[in-house]
Design a protein around this ligand. Structure first.
Ligand code: 9WN
Length: 475
């Protein structure tokens, strides 16, 4: 850690953080999966489970494997991996939209357990690879063998069913599919998809979190109306038929990274398929650069598939394509400069704000329109390490650990003051804290094999918080 970072190191010791993060995950564990937050989100969410599995791989790899295995119980015959796998033990009316809203099991290709019809960013191969790195051995080998075809089916679904004509990129057909649900990047595409016929529903999301930190009623009405339209289309895979269809830099960069991870997993279980997934990652690279790099604003931006127009907005999602290892050096330099500029890290005490601080759409406390999130910090941290940018990576790791240390494991945080916002006892904030703490800060990550051996040798030499928690968890 640099002297500057050390001077700003968290008030709570790494051991305390480690233990408290593991406790949050323990509390949110249902026996087969981890709830994002018991009161606010009482089901299993797709990309949450991936982040959670990354963290669990550091403390309880058996549980990390079970987390992903139970999520894939909800996979549809088409390969679709849904946004939510509903928890039968959740109290009735504790979350909306519920399983009855989707009635997904009634669709011809629907799942055998109740799920939502939408999807979320495909981080699952990254999570599986994290498990492979953290816990090599026969249990992980067997797990990868079983999971590999399911990951392939999920990725195939995205490549074939979710791309607009002539594009290699995935389109999201609802803001909830982005994971950055209320981002200002969707405002124009939502407006163009309206007007929306009124749906009868009761919001549950402001039961536990202040309404000022959640979407406005108007935005929520649009989300529910778009979801109802999608359900009415039979959760159609025809992107052109959907009134909201957007190519998003974060979603597609995560997918590119997932294809690279799947190529590595193939190297373990199906060497004949390595090249297929490397090629798919390359296709996504070309799509990202050709379609989502705005050469006028020198920024990655979401693009409306129907109008071809860029969102015109920089959000934290604009920085995630740094995960692409083939970006031209001038694009890498520009994205890093953007991350460090007054738009993002340079303008606040606790980066990275979810929307540019300089935008007139920035809202300090409303979810995804300004606050800092641990999961986006983690993705840009991973990307910055991969891109050989230790300064940015170190800043994001320190900022994240300071946030959870002072504010607890909250859903998001005020980028100016660090105040915790949204749900409490939030699983991915806890899980990714474990990953930040366990990571060897100096190691390069582009070559997973060398990264893992470097980490093993440092862990072998020094007492790690992981050893304590492993012992407490009875490993
Ligand atoms: C809708 C569970 C999810 C996250 C999303 C986050 C929020 C849900 C909601 O919570 O979305 O999916 O009801 O607001 O935006 O990224 O997966 O933690």
């Amino acid at each position: 850690m640099s002297p500057a970072a050390a001077a700003r190191s968290p008030a709570r010791s790494p051991d305390e953080l480690w233990a408290s993060a593991a406790t949050v995950l323990e509390r949110n564990w249902t026996g087969t999966a981890t709830l994002p937050s018991t009161a606010q989100y009482p089901h299993q969410w797709s990309w949450d489970s991936a982040f959670i599995a990354v963290g669990l791989s550091r403390v309880q790899p058996d549980r990390a494997r079970l987390e992903l295995t139970s999520l894939f119980r909800g996979q549809w015959a088409s390969g679709r991996l849904p946004q939510i796998v509903y928890n039968p033990a959740a109290p009735r009316r504790s979350y909306f939209p519920d399983a009855d809203f989707w009635a997904a099991e009634q669709l011809p290709d629907g799942p055998s357990v109740p799920t939502a019809g939408l999807i979320q960013p495909p981080l699952h191969a990254r999570a599986a690879w994290s498990i492979a790195e953290a816990d090599p051995g026969p249990a992980t080998d067997a797990f990868l063998q079983t999971l590999f075809p399911k990951l392939v089916a999920w990725h195939d679904y995205l490549h074939t069913a979710r791309t607009a004509s002539g594009s290699s990129l995935v389109s999201i057909v609802h803001p909830w599919e982005s994971g950055l649900d209320n981002s200002p990047a969707w405002d124009d595409a939502i407006a163009a998809a309206g007007p929306f016929s009124p749906e009868r529903f009761v919001r549950r999301d402001a039961d536990h979190v202040a309404a000022s930190q959640r979407p406005t009623d108007a935005d929520y009405r649009a989300y529910v109306a778009l979801a109802a339209r999608y359900r009415a289309s039979g959760c159609s895979d025809d992107v052109a038929r959907q009134s909201f269809a957007v190519e998003d830099p974060l979603f597609n960069a995560v997918f590119l990274d997932a294809e690279r991870c799947l190529a590595r997993i193939a190297g373990r279980v199906r060497p004949d398929q390595v090249a297929t997934h490397e090629t798919a990652a390359r296709r996504l690279h070309h799509g990202l650069v050709d379609r989502l790099w705005n050469t006028e604003r020198l920024s990655f931006e979401a693009r409306d598939v129907h109008t071809g127009r860029f969102s015109g907005l920089a959000t934290v999602g604009s920085l995630v394509p740094l995960l692409d290892p083939w970006l031209p050096p001038d694009v890498v330099a520009r994205v890093v400069a953007q991350a460090e500029s007054p738009q993002f890290a340079g303008g606040c005490r606790y980066p990275l704000p979810s929307a540019a601080l300089t935008s007139d759409r920035f809202e300090r406390r409303r979810y995804w329109r300004g606050p800092t999130w641990i999961n986006t910090n983690w993705m840009v941290w991973l990307a910055a390490r991969q891109a050989g940018r230790p300064g940015l990576a170190g800043q994001l790791r320190t900022s994240s650990l300071e946030l959870v240390s002072a504010g607890g494991y909250r859903e998001y945080y005020d980028a100016m003051t660090g105040r915790g916002l949204g749900a409490t006892g939030f699983s991915w904030s806890a899980a990714l804290t474990l990953d930040f703490l366990a990571a060897d800060e100096g190691a390069a990550v582009d070559s997973p094999a060398s990264d893992f051996s470097a980490r093993q040798s440092t862990e072998g030499a020094a007492r790690s918080p992981r050893d304590d928690i492993g012992a407490r968890a009875g490993r």
